[in-house]
Design a protein around this ligand. Structure first.
Ligand SMILES: *Cc1c(COP(=O)(O)O)cnc(C)c1O
Length: 378
């Protein structure tokens, strides 16, 4: 028996990607903020109800814009989960702020709101939440707490397209939300991102920061008769080619999501016995969250079990991968961390394993993965 390998991820054009790319090439307007950028932004706003969306070259760039907009600097502190991607923290370090790492919940990678009060000081200026796998953090509590303390709330919603906290789309709840369209995310254009500007007061400055600190966007709308340097900024505009691919993917969001959700549910049903048999944690969904099938993972009892399971799946041609490494333990940051143990973040670092999940994954392939995992736990 010679079964074809099942990769962890496989991006695919399923709509008008080729047509739009061709149109962008023919348009003789290749630089940023053209027709495709504006159509994609408008579709995000109308489809999900975001107040204002600005496409960026990556979620990392959107987070750098968020850090600039938050105006934090030396002497300021920002609370960030340890179990996340480096790009959640790096932009604030680049501004000279101090990062204070929060631990995850015991049974979910999202940050634990019970710890927030103990982590805050008079210098705390902002909190960045990351909704792991498109599953909302407890935003009712977090927003209430942040408001009491007057903190800026930034959502790293890299995983979160089409996921909700109660009725609100993730990325629309904080002052700012950031999205990723990297090829591993639900909707992709190779490298891409977006900044949702939910606090109206930040919108004019966001536009200027994206255009190298100039009021060029206002100039093109005819609001000023020349444009110039008005603030700090950088080059945070994606090219029209990325925007063209992204628009095509976004138009297919319902089809993409329907397939991903079906795959996710097939895993959940197929593996539902595991927690009893193998001391395994499967994804949990709090009552206030509706998820978007971004990841299907399991959490093993030990690092050793996870390594054996990964090897077992690899032998069968199945690409299962672990995820973040606790940032407070990283080579870059561990000497600056205050020494607190963050055991839940470390547990997910060591024991979380993601199974293949992409729109084109066939149900027979899901069944092969389920069978291999089930066989491993005996
Ligand atoms: C993917 C990801 C990012 C970075 O996204 P890019 O678009 O690759 O810059 C940031 N945060 C989280 C949580 C991510 O998963």
């Amino acid at each position: 028996m010679n079964l074809s390998p099942i990769p962890f991820n496989r991006p695919r054009a399923i709509g008008r990607e080729r047509t739009y790319l061709h149109q962008a090439l023919e348009s003789e307007r290749w630089c940023g903020n053209g027709v495709f950028t504006q159509r994609a932004q408008a579709l995000f706003e109308s489809r999900f109800g975001f107040r204002k969306v600005l496409l960026t070259p990556s979620c990392t760039d959107a987070l750098e814009m968020a850090a600039l907009l938050s105006a934090v600097g030396p002497g300021d502190e920002v609370i960030i989960p340890s179990y996340t991607f480096v790009s959640t923290a790096n932009p604030f370090i680049l501004r000279g702020a101090k990062v204070v790492f929060a631990d995850s919940l015991p049974r979910h990678p999202n940050l634990d709101p019970d710890q927030l009060e103990a982590l805050a000081t008079s210098r705390t200026r902002a909190i960045v939440v990351m909704h792991y796998g498109g599953v909302a953090c407890d935003m009712g509590r977090i927003l209430g707490w942040a408001q009491q303390r007057g903190l800026l709330v930034i959502e790293d919603a890299a995983h979160c397209i089409d996921a909700r906290f109660r009725d609100s789309p993730l990325g629309s709840l904080g002052h700012l939300g950031t999205f990723s369209f990297h090829e591993t995310k639900n909707i992709a254009c190779g490298e891409g991102g977006a900044l949702a500007v939910n606090d109206e007061k930040l919108a004019p400055r966001a536009e200027v920061i994206r255009e190298k600190g100039t009021n060029r966007a206002a100039f093109f709308r005819g609001e000023v008769d020349k444009y110039g340097w008005v603030d700090v900024g950088s080059s945070f505009l994606p090219s029209e080619f990325a925007a063209a691919v992204l628009l095509a993917q976004l138009e297919e969001v319902d089809a993409i999501q329907a397939r991903r959700v079906a795959i996710w549910e097939r895993y959940a049903t197929g593996l539902s016995d595991l927690p009893r048999r193998g001391d395994v944690i499967l994804p949990v969904l709090p009552p206030y969250a509706s998820q978007n099938a971004h990841v299907f993972y399991l959490v093993t009892d030990t690092l050793e079990t996870r390594s054996r399971l990964m090897a077992h799946l690899k032998e069968r041609g199945i690409g299962a991968v672990f995820h973040y490494q606790s940032l407070h333990q990283s080579a870059f940051y561990r000497d600056q961390h205050d020494g607190r143990a963050l055991p839940n973040s470390d547990r997910f670092t060591d024991c979380l394993l993601r199974l293949p999940l992409y729109e084109g994954l066939a149900h027979e392939e899901v069944d092969r993965v389920v069978e291999a995992v089930t066989q491993f736990f005996g």
